[in-house]
Ligand binder design. Structure first.
Ligand SMILES: Cc1cc2nc3c(=O)[nH]c(=O)nc-3n(C[C@H](O)[C@H](O)[C@H](O)COP(=O)(O)O)c2cc1C
Length: 387
């Protein structure tokens, strides 16, 4: 029997929302980490959240994804619960942002709900336990998975989801105390430490909460970052005979001219994709009491801007360089709009906070129905049709 997950979440939400948002998130991570120790429970989750359709398949850097719905960076910054996140039905999960050294981030409070606006404002500032801690966790996790869970997931006919079937992305950034002039050292260091564990890497150069980080999107700064990172990636690929796609994550606040400059540099290098977008520092009309807080705004108010940027990117980049669309996705229709604007896959963060874990299944179901209505056989065939 499937549990009424959405109903349960709606009943629990007032209690969850009575707690400080970061504390609520921390408690959720700890609870899920505990649950993840029992493979049987993950299996149960897989079954509860299952929603499959051949129509949902899409292509990303030569991989076929079972569905195009991913978890956006920042939700699981240290890679603590990604197996459980795959069990919720995500086609891919991006962990991080992780920096080479651990750091505590900005002072609290630094995360705010804007309930009336279906939005969040955060100024977390890359709080994370550092690349080595993440690597340590991923080593032990890989060992545990290959020993028992994968076996159970793959053999079970009742629970066909393969826990390893999704892609694991690692989003990397620079430490607060590293000068912008030396930023490439941090990206190269995090890439080298975590190379064995990632299906792809995202270079986060667009968080508004690390001073001047967004300057790395400018022509010369981006060029010297990509020279260093691509050279290191190429060496790692040669040494380990393993492809490592690189994505670049962009801010929604770039002007059209700045965006064109950024795209021009990206095209000079072997970059496999772009993520659009990170949070915005703009403040459109907002109705919640926390609207004046400093930081990056995510959720519904970001939706339109991020879709516009996906459309511009698709027009410039064409279908060769895939775009992952993120910003304000709350329904299958929102995901579909981004796909039609040029996204090969999408990611969610804020929607999950407001709608709970059942959202992933709901978005997949709605998206599949929309694709069917418009006679698309797969997500891949709907990418960019509005451009
Ligand atoms: C609390 C919070 C923390 C975030 N941390 C990161 C991060 O560490 N790295 C990153 O690239 N994006 C981070 N993001 C941005 C999200 O990945 C995503 O790009 C943005 O929230 C827009 O998607 P959404 O409207 O679905 O939330 C964060 C977002 C939130 C709300």
């Amino acid at each position: 029997m499937r549990l009424p997950i959405d109903f349960i979440f709606q009943q629990l939400r007032p209690f969850l929302f009575a707690v400080d948002p970061e504390n609520a998130h921390e408690r959720m991570l700890s609870a899920v980490e505990l649950v993840s120790k029992f493979p049987g429970l993950l299996q149960f989750l897989c079954w509860q959240f299952r929603e499959e359709s051949p129509r949902l398949t899409t292509e990303l850097f030569g991989y076929t994804l079972q569905n195009p719905i991913g978890l956006a960076a920042g939700f699981d910054k240290d890679g603590r619960i990604h197996p459980a996140l795959f069990a919720l039905g995500f086609g891919f999960v991006e962990i991080g942002t992780v920096t080479p050294k651990p750091q505590s981030g900005n002072s609290r409070p630094r995360l705010f709900r804007l309930v009336q606006d279906l939005a969040l404002i955060n100024r977390m500032g890359f709080n994370n336990q550092g690349a080595w801690k993440m690597a340590e966790r991923l080593v032990s996790r890989t060992a545990t998975i290959s020993a028992d869970e994968v076996e159970i997931f793959n053999q079970s006919t009742n629970y066909p989801a393969n826990i390893n079937s999704g892609l694991l992305g690692i989003n990397i950034g620079k430490n607060k105390d590293t000068d912008l002039d030396n930023a490439e050292d941090d990206y190269v260091s995090a890439l080298s430490t975590l190379h064995p564990f990632a299906d792809y890497f995202t270079l986060n150069i667009s968080s508004p909460n690390t001073d001047n980080l967004r300057n790395l999107q400018e022509k010369e700064a981006l060029r010297s970052l990509l020279v260093a990172v691509c050279a290191r990636r190429d060496t790692l690929e040669r040494n380990h005979l393993r492809k490592t796609p690189l994505m670049v994550k962009l801010a929604p606040d770039l002007s059209q001219e700045a965006l064109e400059n950024t795209i021009q540099v990206i095209q000079e290098f072997s970059i496999q994709g772009v993520i659009a977008t990170n949070t915005t520092v703009e403040r459109p009309q907002l109705n919640s009491k926390n609207h004046h807080e400093t930081g990056g705004l995510s959720g519904k108010p970001l939706q339109k801007r991020s879709t516009e940027m996906i459309r511009s990117l698709f027009q410039e980049l064409g279908p060769e360089i895939p775009i992952i669309g993120v910003g304000g996705i709350l329904s299958g229709a929102d995901a579909y709009e981004k796909i039609r604007a040029g996204a090969s896959a999408v990611q969610i963060y804020t929607g999950l906070i407001y709608q709970g874990p059942g959202m992933v299944r709901k978005v997949k179901r709605e998206l599949s129905e929309l694709l069917k209505k418009d006679a698309f056989e797969s997500v891949a065939s709907a990418v960019g049709v509005d451009c």
